[in-house]
Design a protein around this ligand. Structure first.
Ligand code: FES
Length: 106
């Protein structure tokens, strides 16, 4: 099973094919997903520091908008775990003072 490391603080295993946002949340890590996983809010964005991820799709690219954002981030609701990953979570509900949002579909 792929090993996910988040912000250098926690590592856990997640079944291959799991949406990254769900793998992170199910590991007990606070992560925002305000739009419910439909590539609109970008609050679920992560920096992928290492590991293989699928190419970015058009919806994800449009949501991230700017070249800088596209270069730096991926939307964790828009790709599935395929390999060991090290990521940095951008938005935590606790830090931003928001509700996380409805749970993205599997
Ligand atoms: S873009 Fe909104 S949850 Fe991923």
């Amino acid at each position: 099973m792929p090993q996910i490391t988040v912000d250098g603080e926690k590592s856990f295993e997640a079944p291959e094919g799991t949406k990254l946002v769900l793998a992170i949340e199910d590991a007990g890590i606070d992560i925002l997903h305000r739009c419910g996983g439909i590539a609109r809010c970008t609050t679920c964005r992560v920096e992928v520091l290492s590991g293989e991820v699928s190419p970015m799709g058009d919806e994800e690219r449009e949501a991230l908008e700017t070249p800088d954002m596209i270069e730096k981030f991926r939307l964790s609701c828009q790709f599935r775990v395929e390999s060991d990953l090290t990521v940095k979570v951008w938005g935590r509900a606790g830090e931003k003072g928001m509700e996380p949002g409805s749970r993205p579909e599997d």
